[in-house]
Design a protein around this ligand. Structure first.
Ligand SMILES: Cc1cc2nc3c(=O)[nH]c(=O)nc-3n(C[C@H](O)[C@H](O)[C@H](O)COP(=O)(O)O)c2cc1C
Length: 205
């Protein structure tokens, strides 16, 4: 039994490959571990705003010093953090968008990366506080980046591994759904490959 947080970020709904593979994967995990709880944060359907003056100010202030507008912004960020901290399994889904992640997933990260809450500074350097989690990243892309000449243009995987690691999440698997722009056959092959991989990962979970 586990507590799963699924964060999808594509605005493309049923057309989205990262949504599909990640959602199917979570269903496989639940089938493997009946009774698991799933929280789905659908950023495509309900995007998170970019950081603004209110949020950046709110999260740096003690609660008693916040205006009502700042308190609402801090509550929202707190809710996202609580969802993350409550999970032992995190599934993040994104397309490769201009060589990085969907911007609303970036906004989610900007809300959950909180000094004193999900990481803290120590004399020895920063320490991540969101520990003890298994993280799966589902990354769909038109091109192929897991290997080959374009690998260095994939900024999503290194970025996510860096920021998640900074927050204490270092046990990370990446599931690629890639090469989907190379025609329907290539897309079918990419989807079948990702489904097979997630089946194996679910069995091993
Ligand atoms: C605005 C935009 C930018 C994209 N940029 C890239 C890119 O840099 N590299 C790539 O291989 N595919 C790129 N694609 C294709 C997407 O990665 C691909 O369609 C992926 O499946 C999108 O994820 P989704 O299906 O979950 O929405 C882009 C698509 C869009 C709409």
């Amino acid at each position: 039994m586990s507590s799963i947080l699924l964060v999808t970020s594509s605005p493309r709904g049923d057309e989205s490959l990262s949504n599909k593979i990640a959602t199917d994967f979570v269903n496989k995990l639940v089938a493997q571990h009946p009774g698991s709880s799933v929280t789905h944060r659908d950023l495509g359907l309900s995007p998170i705003s970019h950081l603004d003056t209110v949020t950046t100010s709110a999260i740096r202030k003690p609660a008693e010093a916040r205006t009502s507008e700042e308190a609402a912004a801090a509550d929202y960020s707190d809710k996202l953090v609580a969802e993350l901290l409550a999970a032992d399994t995190v599934v993040l889904a994104t397309g490769l968008i201009n060589f990085n992640i969907y911007s609303t997933l970036k906004s989610w990260i900007d809300n959950v990366a909180r000094a004193g809450v999900t990481f803290r500074y120590t004399p020895e350097g920063p320490v991540g506080l969101a520990t003890g989690k298994k993280v799966y990243i589902v990354l769909s892309s038109g091109g192929i980046y897991s290997e080959g000449p374009a690998a260095g243009m994939n900024h999503a995987t290194p970025y996510l591994k860096t920021v998640l690691g900074f927050l204490g999440m270092t046990d990370i698997e990446v599931i690629y759904v890639e090469g989907t722009a190379f025609g329907p056959e290539a897309a079918e092959k990419a989807i079948a490959g990702a489904q097979e991989r997630t089946q194996q990962l679910a069995l091993a979970a």
